[in-house]
Write a protein that binds this ligand. Sequence first.
Ligand code: MSP
Length: 670
Amino acid sequence: MSNPGKYYLTTPIYYVNARPHIGHAYTTIVADVIARRKRALGFDTRFLTGTDEHGQKIERSARQAGIAPQQFTDTVAAEFKGLWDRMGLSYDDFIRTTEPRHKRAVQKFFTLLKERGYIYKGTYTGQYCVFDELYVDAPPGSPCPDCGRITETVSEENYFFKLSAFERKLLEFYDRNPDFIRPETRRNEVISFVRSGLRDLSVSRTSFKWGIPVPDDEKHVIYVWLDALANYITALGWGSDDAKERARFEKFWPADLHIIGKEISRFHCVYWPAFLMAAGLPLPKSIVAHGWLLFEESKMSKSRGNIVRAETILEVLGADALRYFLLREIVFGQDGSFSFDALVQRYNSDLANGYGNLASRTLAMIQRYFDGTVPGAAACDPGLCQDAADYIAQFGKEFEALNFSRAIETLWSYIAAVDGFLTARAPWKTHGDVSEEDLKQYRADVLYTAAEAIRIITALVCPILPDAAAKVWSQLGLGDIRKADLRNIQWGGLQPGTKLGELGPVFPRAEKDAITRMQELEQKNNAQKPEEQNPTIGPAPAEAKGVEAAAGQVAPHAQANEKISIDDFMKVELRVAQIKVAERVPKADKLLRLEVDLGYEQRQILAGIAEAYEPESLIGRKVVIVANLAPRKLRGLESNGMIVAASLDEKGKPVLAGFLEEVEIGARLK
Ligand code: MSP
């Protein structure tokens, strides 16, 4: 069989200021599933993950925790790695940006970009908070977002990357490589961001120390995103002095797939390719951005305090249950909700009653009627044996297109077909006065067919449910699935005469109290670690009401005399956006569906302003939106942000906020 070649895939490297949760696990599980399938297909696969450990954010978290940054990052990085190991994630390398191999190579990368004329020293003129030693991206006279003191205007030397030189090159590249950014919505956002013009990027900082020093100019540290993105090549050995390491880079680069969350598309699809072009290195083949895992209606994240830990699910239902749920329930590329109810329901219906039960009952009958030896079949059911090739092909096609949910549906329709076949043929019955010999052959035909179908299902599902697949494979008498050749799965591979392995349950039904157990585990964990429950402007009742009703609130109502800090205010990202599309939402008198342009992305917002504004009158109007509000669904449509309006009279008539002067789209209000 010909060698299909190499496959290099990566996850983002995770910030170590927060402990891992199932949002991080989601990306890593998806990468793991792809890596396992590629290995099964014979690709020489390399799967990289790791942690992003530099920058001001981490420095501060360490300070807050009262420990040195290195010690702080060592602890959290170990948690990520430990959890990935516990979940059996099959990464080939785990890079930490504080490792010498990375730091050395990043400095070389920086020097290379400089030597090639793409990094220059320029002067940064802007606002500076002396108290906090912090640059503030704001007009003169603005307060510091940290302490509220008025900033001073300073001029300082900084290193800049000539991002502006890549505008046309990037657009041409996107044009020539339509699959470079997936899905289409993210591709369009990125293209419109680049089209709106690229400014040179500051790639060094002097206001804090926790970073990789700029070579020969150590008062600067390298911008954390330049440092972090380079991990994809430094982990392969780019820039190493060791020839063997460099050979690995030659072999695996360019990456076949970078998997990322949608919020970091710009860094991966604009900055990263521009850095690589500047360095004269090949670009990754594809970047795919998935959606967010939502919990209680908003993006799961530490700052919102709405995280669920993977450990809880591992403890109660096992890693396969989490893998299955995330891949089956969430349409890859879109946002999806997590709930303990839905998890347990999927587990019971698809795993315990579906695949697990099918395997157990088939194998138990082979045990009973054939003394644990796979019988030979004289005939097979065309719907299962001839159609197997179609199921296999369909599964592969959907998987290849990263439609995991549909790939799984395909496989589970095969499971349902085998289940239905067993029930209809009822090999446990005696079937009237057929002879002993005929009954035996009848049972052999039915049970061989079911067992062979299970073998095929198991081989295909293995990347998704590695633990369960390993169990079923060995119960089928086929030994260690990790050693099996799964490259060319087709009907007939199961040899009659194979002695079954030791039988046992694959997915025991979830206990009645599984949901409460998981909830209690989470509560217990939160109670132990109060720092995880950061106060934030989270989804509070007033915010939830905003777009639907008056569309007037920016943040939850503060209590009458309660003051918020400047920090709290800065959490609300207010931006100027231009309305491109406005239309009524059928059967919702108050709602308008708007598409607004933020310069760097286009998004949909539902606003409760239909009684005050005609949709046509809004086109082209510049409005203020809350840009970092977690998306939510209204009337089945996603609303991604909120329009700011004054709320007049007792009816709360909305009047949209706007500007007298000309303002740039995307500008932040602060
Ligand atoms: N350190 C940067 C990435 C640098 S890559 C060169 C970073 N880290 S992060 O820890 O904030 O998040 C990284 C990724 O974690 C997201 O892009 C996404 O893949 C995953 N997720 C974190 N929370 C998530 C959800 N709630 N839902 C889905 N994925 C989530 O950004």
